[in-house]
Design a protein around this ligand. Structure first.
Ligand SMILES: *Cc1c(COP(=O)(O)O)cnc(C)c1O
Length: 486
């Protein structure tokens, strides 16, 4: 008998204790009642059989067809079957990755910023399918470490399509870049110039300047970027060391919520270009960094295009190549996470405000948390919003379903492991039900740990149910052929 069935936990929480010192008592008799009635999980909805018709990459998990929602549901149904078969960890959380969404973002990029070449920031999500798809689509890659460089080169990507966009690198990493033929790399300090002069004197250096990052969730300026005041000195030193500086880069900060900052950043880049000319360099590269938010992308692109026209009117004609390092823009919406409710309890100290509104808050414990996929809450300042994926063996939650205050917690024994402090979920939600989370593609699994013995959630891949599916398959199949089926 499966764990899910043994403890259906359909017992209502007994909120008898409102005093934190008294603790919580459960309606044990109701719980015992339900133990005898082990319902089989019979999920209604759209059971769709989706299979991979061919394995494009034999070394990777299969690439399925169909809308990601179908795969979220299939995963839930599959978990029920595995639970029936006594499979350990049957109800494990899982991602569904929709590669056609990555493809659609690429089309959006090309439509809005046709003159700006994207170099995907690998750190954001180094997923093997995402990297292959972007390589197939012809993007470049922003790598920050030996490992990221190795991962991209292993796909057969030319080292000329990589920018080593970490201004502070270990000498051995610089030497390795030299060996591997990765020449483009950023710097923002004098020590870096000495390192590069020693370890990779042929490098094509890109000066990372400081720009205003106060309108971003993750401000990078406290760590990277040379203030314009320092630029002439840095360039003089580069000249002295006979290094080739080819251009300028900046990063407005990750998760930028005011796209007008690109205007000021481009203005500063123009000044840095002029300082380059004064130092005897002819810059040919402008790297506008990352920070592109999905919802604000068109606005950001408009600000960028206008600023480029104003400050770099000759960008195309005079041999200035413009590149960018988008990360989250490409992947954030492409991944959803399904997590199982593994436990439920009443809080020791029910929140007084929530109680006034609609009764005491319920604590739900799910099987992925801030030490796993939801590290984006701590490191990336994300706010996540759960929705009900399945409840009471059904994928349909009625609009009329009563909802109440709830908090959602991860599975580890640490109290920092809180996914959602205060949300509203159906009061009928029970152990064994599933929650879904969208927009889980950026800065999630790549920074997940296995703290407390909880595995990093795996991904189910699909080429989606609509626009772009055939193109993704075609691009990947061609790429696999060229790259000898990696
Ligand atoms: C993280 C990072 C990026 C990607 O930022 P997004 O906000 O995800 O687009 C690009 N460039 C550099 C140097 C970075 O550190």
């Amino acid at each position: 008998m499966s764990r899910v069935q043994t403890f259906p936990a359909s017992a209502p929480i007994n909120f008898v204790s409102r005093n934190r010192n008294e603790g919580v008592s459960w309606a044990t008799s109701a719980l015992v009642d339900t133990l005898s009635s082990s319902p089989t999980l019979r999920l209604t909805g759209t059971p769709t059989i989706s299979s991979a018709d061919e394995d494009i990459f034999p070394s990777l998990p299969p690439l399925l067809h169909g809308h990601p929602d179908i795969h979220l549901r299939n995963g839930v149904m599959n978990a029920a079957r595995l639970a029936d078969a006594n499979e350990p960890d049957a109800e494990r959380a899982f991602f569904v990755g929709d590669l056609s969404q990555v493809y659609r973002q690429h089309l959006r990029w090309q439509a809005c910023l046709p003159g700006v070449e994207p170099f995907y920031a690998v750190k954001c999500n180094p997923d093997p399918y995402v990297l292959r798809l972007l390589a197939a689509l012809g993007t470049g890659f922003d790598c920050a470490s030996n490992q990221e460089i190795a991962q991209v080169l292993a796909l057969g990507v030319s080292p000329s399509r990589i920018i080593f966009a970490n201004p502070c690198k270990a000498v051995s990493f610089v030497r390795n870049a030299c060996t591997r033929g990765v020449d483009m790399m950023t710097f923002d300090n004098v020590d870096e110039l000495y390192k590069v002069a020693r370890a990779h004197p042929r490098a094509k250096l890109v000066l990372r300047i400081l720009t205003d990052d106060t309108k971003s969730l993750c401000q990078l300026g406290i760590k990277f970027g040379a203030p314009l005041d320092n630029v002439p000195g840095l360039l003089a030193k580069a000249r002295e060391l006979e290094l080739d500086v080819i251009g300028v880069s900046f990063h407005v900060g990750s998760g930028c919520y005011d796209p007008s900052v690109y205007t000021d950043a481009i203005r500063r880049a123009r000044q840095a270009f002029d300082m380059g000319a004064a130092a005897g360099y002819t810059f040919s590269l402008l790297d506008v960094g990352g920070g592109f938010e999905d919802a604000l992308f068109e606005q950001a692109a408009a600000f960028l295009t206008e600023a480029l026209a104003q400050y770099f009117p000759d960008a195309d004609r005079k041999g200035i190549r413009v590149i960018a390092e988008p990360g989250r823009f490409y992947v954030s919406k492409a991944f959803s996470l399904a997590a199982n409710i593994i436990a439920r309890r009443a809080p020791l100290a029910p929140s007084p405000t929530a109680e006034q509104e609609d009764g005491p808050s319920v604590m739900y414990y799910i099987n992925d948390g801030v030490y796993g996929a939801f590290n984006c809450i701590l490191f990336d300042h994300q706010v996540v919003q759960p929705y009900v994926l399945s409840m009471g063996n059904s994928f349909h939650v009625s609009e009329a379903e009563p909802v109440g205050a709830a908090s959602v917690w991860g599975p580890t024994c640490d109290s920092i492991d809180c996914v959602c402090v205060n949300t509203r979920l159906p009061s009928a939600l029970r152990v064994g039900d599933w929650l879904g989370f969208d927009n889980m593609g950026a800065y999630t699994s790549c920074a997940a740990s296995q703290f407390n013995g909880f595995e990093v959630s795996k991904v189910v891949y699909t080429t989606g149910g609509g626009a772009g599916a055939a193109e993704v398959r075609g691009a990947l199949a061609r790429f696999a052929k060229e790259a000898h089926g990696l």
